[in-house]
Write a protein that binds this ligand. Structure first.
Ligand SMILES: O=C[C@H](O)[C@H](O)COP(=O)(O)O
Ligand SMILES: C=C(OP(=O)(O)O)C(=O)O
Length: 355
């Protein structure tokens, strides 16, 4: 008989179960407390019980845990300084959705040499998230592979579904079972429909295929996630952070019967992918809030120790320390300046937003 299946599959390599990766990198009491507090703070912001804005800030992707942890330590100090006004959540993005091809992130290829040691990436990714939580910082990530949350979900406080996957049923189903608030990005063409429909879909219970903690194929049945919200990231050649675009997004949410909760991504389409424009986007959003906007609950900034980005060299010893290998980022000095200015501008007005 002819072989008819797996014709394009080279191999099936064993992957440790979520349970065994948890055993190798166990959650600590301190980390659990930080994650739980982060999630609760975010939910209270989304429920308008906490007047602060949340700021998802950090590298476009983590490729070097050492530089990532240096960044996290600096961010923790800044988080303490502005914590009365802004809740800082570190971007810890390990899974990169690509427009066509390219490095797909630290979990997929932790050695950045096309060796694709996913088992190693998952364990080292979990260790990094644990270190960030131990430092006292909540973490945000993009959930791309629907199996990954079983490995990492206990260490995440906020989840993004990206512009390329907000329309995907698989990602909506997964989001309906996630333990964190989930921000759905508008499409790469700038349209809002997919994200609005995603929030509605993820709020409902779903049953779908996945794996359990032992790595066994399972039918997963979810409760639905009540904390879906919209992330405006621009697209289709134009930004959508301005007050008119925000008002249009508010109307779309209202029409769908959803809470008017919006996060503005200062990067991507909102800065025409020019990282150095992010401070201008943030300033604009902060002024909208100062002038009475009530729907903007958070912002996102792509930031690293050093400005810009770099291609991945064949000789990895040539990598510039603390510089993104995916999208361009603002540097640390600019990040501090952006966040301090936002906190100073909003300190006296945010308390009036609650209630
Ligand atoms: O944030 C990251 C990128 O914008 C996203 O992964 C797409 O990247 P690419 O267009 O370089 O593939
Ligand atoms: C991939 C990202 O963004 P988007 O989905 O908006 O392109 C990202 O934030 O890393």
């Amino acid at each position: 008989m002819q072989n008819l299946e797996n014709l394009n599959i080279l191999s099936f390599d064993d992957m440790p179960s979520p349970e065994s990766i948890h055993q190798r990198v166990p959650l600590t009491e301190r980390a659990a407390q930080v994650v739980a507090q982060g999630r609760q703070d975010l939910k209270r912001i989304l429920d308008r019980q906490d007047p602060r804005l949340f700021v998802v800030v950090g590298p476009c992707s983590i490729h070097d845990p050492e530089a990532g942890l240096e960044y996290a330590a600096r961010l923790k100090r800044l988080a303490e300084e502005v914590g009365d006004t802004l809740l800082l959540v570190m971007r810890v993005y390990f899974e990169k959705p690509r427009t066509s091809t390219g490095w797909k992130g630290f979990i997929n290829d932790p050695r950045m040499d096309d060796s694709f040691h996913i088992e190693e990436g998952m364990e080292r990714g979990r260790r990094f998230l644990l270190d960030v939580a131990e430092l006292g910082l909540p973490a945000a990530t993009e959930a791309l592979d629907p199996i990954s949350p079983q490995y990492l979900g206990d260490l995440i406080a906020w989840t993004a579904i990206g512009a390329r996957t907000s329309e995907s049923q698989t990602h909506r189903e997964m989001s309906s079972g996630l333990s964190t608030p989930v921000g759905f990005k508008n499409g790469t063409d700038g349209s809002l429909d997919a994200a609005v429909n995603a929030i509605l879909s993820a709020a409902s219970p779903h049953s779908f295929l996945g794996i359990n903690g032992q790595g066994r194929s399972s039918v997963i049945r979810t409760r639905g996630n009540a904390y879906g919200h919209l992330v405006l990231r621009g697209g289709g050649g134009r930004p959508n952070y301005d007050s008119v675009s925000v008002a249009i997004a508010e109307t779309a949410l209202k029409k769908a019967g959803l809470a008017q909760s919006i996060v503005v991504d200062c990067s991507h389409g909102n800065s025409y992918k020019k990282y150095e424009l992010q401070p201008l986007v943030l300033t604009d959003c902060v002024h909208q809030v100062r002038e009475g906007n009530r729907s903007i609950v958070g912002v996102m900034i792509e930031s690293h120790l050093q400005a810009g980005n770099q291609p991945i060299p064949a000789d990895l010893s040539q990598l510039k320390y603390g510089c993104s290998v995916t999208d361009g980022c603002v540097d640390w000095a600019t990040t501090e300046d952006m966040i301090r200015k936002a906190a100073d501008t909003l300190r006296d007005v945010l308390p009036k937003r609650v209630g």
